[in-house]
Design a protein around this ligand. Sequence first.
Ligand code: ZN
Length: 350
Amino acid sequence: MTAMPPQDPFVAMVSAKVEVSLRLSDFQPRSMLVTAAHEVQRPKFPAIDYHNHLDAQEPANVLRIMDECGLERVVNITMRTGEAALQIIDKFHKAAPHRFSTYGWMDWSDLHSPDFFRRTVDRLEQIVEHGACGLKLWKDLGTTIRDKDGSLLRIDDERLAPLFDKAAELNVPIMFHIADPDAFFLPIDNQNERYEELAAHPEWSYYGAHFSKAELLAQRDRVFPRHPKTTFVGAHVAEHPEDLSYVSRLLDANPNLQVDIAARCAELGRQPYTAREFFLKHSDRILFGSDLIPEVSMYRLYFRFLETRDEYFEYPSHASRQGRWNIHGLFLPDEVLRSVYRENALRLLP
Ligand SMILES: [Zn+2]
């Protein structure tokens, strides 16, 4: 019998491996990093949250938070339609006409009734007359809204063209939230970087659908150049913050396109070098937006992200988080902050 050669202690150390059974939900590591941390109480310039949903909020409560955080205005994207949407506009207008604006929400409820596409144009006119500052089309377009023959209604369906032209005529933007993070199109498994988020919201997964994210974006991207006089807002960094080179090319190709950063701090802040270059290059095309329930601490994390060079801190998020990573601040220069916080939004507001 030959004796095993004694294992080298260094080789033994660096090759040691173990499989653990700690539940992922119980794993809550605390960072031991000691780096500079700056809480930003109020933004350096008055800020406009261009993307939020306030239908369920009391205006007085939101105003208190806005005052504490240095927010000049919040754009409420109502998720109601018809008469209920007009009531929402009135509620916030009555509370503080200069602190709130409202976006309308596309009403598909009577898609299968005659003259639907003409009616959407009339509805846009009506809601803008009532004070709305834009119209949002959500990801149900392209993924669940079905035409009379059962096929999915396409984002670039020509019958929607008069709606987009009417928006140009009324001088209000169309906001698109089309598709979702790349990880939502992948299996919910041990390689999915948004595993816990998707486990909390399995209905957000598109895995197994017969359409791809690339197809949805391609349909949307075809609309922008067809309507050069219409201003479009690509919500959530045009839904592709995972690839800012894509969004950058899209902005270069379409001068009528703006993007908001709502709910995408996590994506932007984990690629701080690329994200900072993106902000510097497109500073007049990026809108500050949160897309989260108004809270002082939430807004302050956004300010910290945009203004400081703090490293590796938590991103603002909904309860299930977006992924197990942290973000880095972009320390944007004053002129960029001024544009992103306020001036770009003011150009789009009546
Ligand atoms: Zn939203």
